[in-house]
Design a protein around this ligand. Structure first.
Ligand code: FES
Ligand SMILES: [Fe+2]
Length: 378
């Protein structure tokens, strides 16, 4: 549905700061190269503690972080072969969470029936993904497509993010191109104009026209000295629960969001830049270049955003009844999608016979697909 690109003013609906997630999507939990074979890691997706481990043959497994014997956190245990062994009494669970051994079980005694919940897990784009919702829906849904990942013409810069804030506040920061003012000393962008806005089922697409001059313009290769004004279109696609934004084939950002809890959010982003450097140079210095760009340039932008995001959260928590005013219709559309996804999930979870899981045909989604005309809602 096409939406108006201007809004007189709108009172922000605070319900968006209180909603949970729709868990029937793939969520990023770690950079894949940080979990070596034989190691365990503890992660949290919207207050669900999960122990992930890479077995000795390199396969990944995800189990609820609670031993079925006495609830000890499984991430404190150890990996033995393909199993995760609890730190307390040494009970061994396989990758499906099924109890397979008790070291002190009398020889003639059968293993008790005990199982930890397991979660669908996969690695893609050097990110570990978990599907925390109804496991039968996992195969109908995919992490976002990142076609630039294997393309040597792009330089990939991985960007970690950690915010003491609700995921809605973080997501609004990404959709809100009007905050170029914040980055003025870093010579970011200016004169933003929302030129197109569309909303679909679980999606919001916004095109903004923005102008660049100075440091960022030079960095993106828009003008040699960075002293000319260049105007470009930034396209931002929010496909719940992640983002893709692109700048006319010059840069492309995939921002994967991990809501940890009501006031803690992480992100795993992949920024791709068209760098005009010889391939031989890139093949040697690619990781170093990515590290320099992140540490000496992009981190400064992110630190400024983090300060604003966390300030917004603190003020909200001090008085959740306080009202705020918004004039960017893209933010209002985004809030609508976030609330709707949660409500839709809760409604389907509460239907009799669903056993806490929504019906697969009703909620099946594909995070890798762009908005299709027939998915647009009125
Ligand atoms: S609590 Fe895990 S083995 Fe006893
Ligand atoms: Fe920003």
């Amino acid at each position: 549905m096409e939406l108006a690109t201007t809004l007189i003013s709108h009172t922000v609906w605070n319900a968006v700061r209180e909603v949970g997630i729709n868990p029937n999507y793939w969520y990023p939990v770690s950079w894949a190269n940080e979990l070596k074979p034989g190691k365990i890691m503890s992660v949290v997706i919207w207050q669900q503690a999960i122990a992930i481990y890479r077995d000795e043959t390199g396969n990944l497994h995800a189990l609820e972080d609670a031993c079925p014997h006495k609830g000890i956190a499984l991430h404190k245990g150890e990996v033995q072969g393909a199993n995760l062994v609890c730190a307390y009494h040494g009970w061994a669970l396989n990758g499906d969470g099924k109890l397979v051994d008790i070291p002190y079980l009398p020889p003639k005694q059968k293993l008790p029936c005990a199982q930890a919940r397991s979660y669908p897990i996969q690695e893609k784009y050097n990110i570990i993904w978990i599907f925390p919702g109804n496991p039968s829906l996992a195969e109908h849904c995919h992490p976002p497509d990142v076609p630039e990942f294997d393309d040597p013409n792009w330089l990939m810069v991985p960007i970690p993010g950690h915010f003491q804030a609700h995921f809605s506040i973080c997501n609004e920061n990404t959709m809100d191109v009007f905050h170029g003012f914040l980055h003025k000393e870093l010579q970011g962008w200016f004169d933003p104009l929302l030129i197109n806005l569309r909303e679909g089922e679980g999606k919001v697409c916004a095109d903004y026209q923005v102008s660049y001059r100075g440091l960022l313009s030079k960095f993106l290769g828009l003008s040699e000295q960075g002293n000319q004004v260049t105007t470009k279109t930034v396209s931002i696609q929010y496909g719940y629960p992640h983002y893709h934004s692109s700048l006319e084939g010059i840069s492309s950002l995939y921002l994967m969001r991990l809501p940890v809890g009501p006031s803690l959010t992480r992100s795993f982003s992949l920024l791709f830049l068209k760098i005009r450097l010889p391939q031989w140079f890139l093949s040697i210095f690619r990781p170093l270049l990515a590290q320099i760009i992140w540490n000496w340039f992009l981190k400064k932008f992110l630190d400024q955003d983090k300060e604003m995001i966390e300030s917004e959260q603190r003020t909200y928590l001090a008085n959740p009844q306080r009202r705020y005013v918004e004039i960017n219709p893209a933010i209002v559309a985004l809030q609508r999608v976030i609330v709707k996804q949660y409500e839709q999930y809760m409604q389907q979870s509460n239907q009799p016979g669903n056993n806490g899981h929504p019906d697969s045909s009703a909620i099946a989604t594909d995070q890798s697909q762009p908005i299709k005309e027939n998915s647009i809602i009125g």
